[in-house]
Each structure stands twice: as C-alpha cells, then as structure tokens.
Design a protein around this ligand. Structure first.
Ligand SMILES: Cc1ncc(COP(=O)(O)O)c(C=O)c1O
Length: 363
C-alpha cells in the first residue's frame, strides 16, 4: 500500500535559498506612456530586414533549431576573424556566463569580480558552487584592476572583468588590462564581459578578441541584446581558445538558441553597418546626456556604454520612484545609485528635466 509521508519537504540548496534576487528593469505597464530607460535596451525597433527574416523563420518552429547554431557561429567567427571552433553561442550572454562557470568551477573555488557590477554575477557564481569575492569599485566607477589582481589567491578560478562596467559605465584600458593579465596566473580564467563593446569610443580601450589572441586564459563574452537590438530573442556568445570553447559547449544547454534567434542574429550581422549607424546615434545622445547632467552639477563617471550612472547613494530609491511617477523608468540600486539607459531624444529631455528639478529641490 502507498504510504503517504507528510511533513517532509524537499530542501532547496542553501545557496539557492540565499540567492540575491535579479531585479529586472521596471517595465512599462500595458497601456501606459513611459520611457523605459531601465534595462539598457536599444531604443530602436528591429530593422525591417531582420523582422522579415524572423517572420519567414516562424514557419519552421515546429522543428528544433540547429543545435550547434552552425550558420550563426560561422557568421560570428567570420566577423571577428577567429575560427568557428572558438565561438560558443547561448541563450543570451548571461546564460553563456553560466556555462563558462559550469565548465571550470569546482565547489568552493573563488570568483573575483568588481562590485558594484552586473547584478547577474553574484547569482551565477553562487549557482556554480563558487565563492564570490567582491572588490569595491571606487567612486569614479572604474574597475580597480590592481585590487582585483591582489584579490586572486590559490583558490581563485575565475575573474570577471565587466568592461564597460554595468552599471557605472567606464571601460578598462589596454595598459591596465595588460598589467592585470600579467599578474594573474595562467590557470585562472579571465572572463572579459563586453556586452557594451560596440558603444566604446575611447581609443585606449582594447578589443577583447585581440586580447584573447595573446592570452589563452581569456574568454570574451558578447551579446546581440544591446547594439544589435535583439534583447527579446536572447542570443549571446563566448569566444575562447578551442579547448576551453569545447568545455563551454559541453556545459551548454542543448538547443539553447532558438531558430528565430539564430536567423535574426545572422540577419543582424549582415545588416551590421546599418545597425552601427544607430549605435553612433546612441553614442551622440550619451554625450549630450552626460554633458547636460554635468552642466546641472552632477558628478558622474564617464560612460563608454549605453547608460549613465547617477551615484545618488541613500537617495537612489527615492529618485527611482520620482522618476517613475514622471513617466521615466530607470534602474535604481537602493543605497547606491541609479542607472539610466540612453534612449530616445525625448526620453533624454524628460530625464534631464527630472534631474534638474531633483537638484533644485533635493540638494
Ligand atoms: C555586463 C552585462 N553582461 C551580460 C549581459 C547579458 O546580456 P544578454 O541579454 O546577452 O544575456 C548584460 C545585460 O544587461 C550586461 O549588462
């Protein structure tokens, strides 16, 4: 006879029970009018050619996608000048990061990263069974690579370098990165997360793929979510030496990148020049936003990404709430600061009105 056991509960892993929540950027409520500057998305809609490709591809979604994303992998490799065996695609670069960690982490290994940085890092690190070692990001918003190198111990397996750093904005420069890489042992993996690389205009900022050519312990992460405007389709990738890439591939979710996402990403690479014109427009808007904020008296870090950082400290949550009431959705990190994505011209104007009022009343 079936014995019914009551009062027993399946335990969650302690690490899962303790995970910090990933707080997504606030969404615009259905039917409401608001500017969504909370998720570092691309404000431009997909190109007509990309939409047409997605629509055509819809007829095949009863089939599994190409598990190895062969055409997309070849197109990415071609665009970067690397071999296809060095490219591993995934369901957004956040998923690829999980696969990278799954490929190299043993329980109890340490992962070093700057903090504050991308809020998915502590979650991915904990889920991988690793111990997070957070190195404070100074007020200028720049990763402190000297302190990060000093935080590497015999237990360190991975260092995450977010450049440009989300949410503060600055990117690491070649000289500091080379000094850092020279200080880090060759058996420590350095993940260079370049989600915003296409927005970088500082000539001293390196291209991670070129850095990887000289350093076998580097993995570069990139995404189609930001500059390419495909956040909703979830495509990202890692570039690594073939042995590491094989390991990451082995740890990846099978069929992770959908057929439509593969098609759209290939079409976007084909339309790269057209899309990069839009990136240029966002960079121009970023410069206008930064200059106007500084003109208003805000002391804020430089940004090489599609967002800016307002270091509001304890007033961050209040600013976020006031901003939402005014129809501008931003990402407030309570007690720390507010990240504002660069969006439409009208959105910048609305935000600047808000920041001016804030300074006038809350100073
Ligand atoms: C630094 C950084 N890395 C990775 C990602 C994840 O991008 P994806 O949409 O490819 O998962 C983001 C998204 O905000 C990010 O800011």
């Amino acid at each position: 006879m079936l014995r019914v056991v009551t009062r027993l509960r399946v335990p969650l892993r302690a690490v899962v029970a303790d995970l910090p929540p990933y707080v997504p950027g606030v969404r615009v409520p259905v039917g409401a009018a608001a500017f969504k500057l909370s998720s570092n998305e691309n404000p431009f809609p997909p190109l007509p050619s990309v939409i047409a490709t997605i629509v055509d591809g819809a007829a095949d979604v009863n089939r599994y996608p190409d598990m190895h994303a062969t055409e997309l992998t070849a197109a990415i490799a071609d665009s970067l000048g690397v071999e296809p065996e060095c490219v591993v695609t995934g369901c957004g670069s956040v998923a690829v990061l999980g696969h990278v960690l799954a490929a190299v982490i043993e329980p109890g290994d340490e992962v070093v990263f700057g903090w504050r940085s991308f809020e998915a890092y502590p979650i991915a690190v904990a889920l991988a069974g690793a111990i997070a070692v957070r190195v404070p990001v100074p007020d200028d918003g720049r990763l402190d690579l000297v302190a990060m190198a000093a935080a590497v111990t015999a237990r360190t397996r991975v260092v995450l370098v977010c450049t440009p750093n989300n949410p503060t904005g600055p990117a690491v420069r070649s000289a500091e990165l080379e000094t850092f890489l020279a200080a880090v042992p060759g058996d420590v993996l350095v993940v260079i997360d370049e989600a915003y690389i296409e927005f970088v205009r500082d000539p001293e900022v390196p291209d991670g793929v070129a850095v990887l050519a000289a350093h076998p312990n580097v993995v570069v992460l990139r995404t189609f979510s930001k500059a390419y405007g495909l956040a909703g389709l979830r495509v990202g990738f890692a570039v690594a030496r073939p042995r590491l890439a094989r390991g990451i591939r082995s740890a990846s979710t099978p069929f992770g990148v959908s057929h439509l996402a593969q098609l759209a990403a290939v079409a976007s690479l084909r339309a790269k020049d057209e899309l990069l014109v839009r990136v240029d427009a966002i960079v121009v808007e970023r410069a206008r936003l930064l200059a106007a904020l500084r003109e208003q008296g805000w002391v804020i870090p430089d940004s090489e990404a599609n967002f800016v950082w307002l270091p509001l400290g304890e007033r961050a949550a209040a600013f976020g709430a006031a901003s939402a009431r005014a129809g501008v959705l931003v990402r407030a990190f309570a007690g720390d600061g507010v990240r504002v994505s660069v969006g439409e011209t009208e959105a910048t104007d609305a935000l600047l009105k808000l920041t001016a009022d804030w300074r006038a009343t809350a100073r």
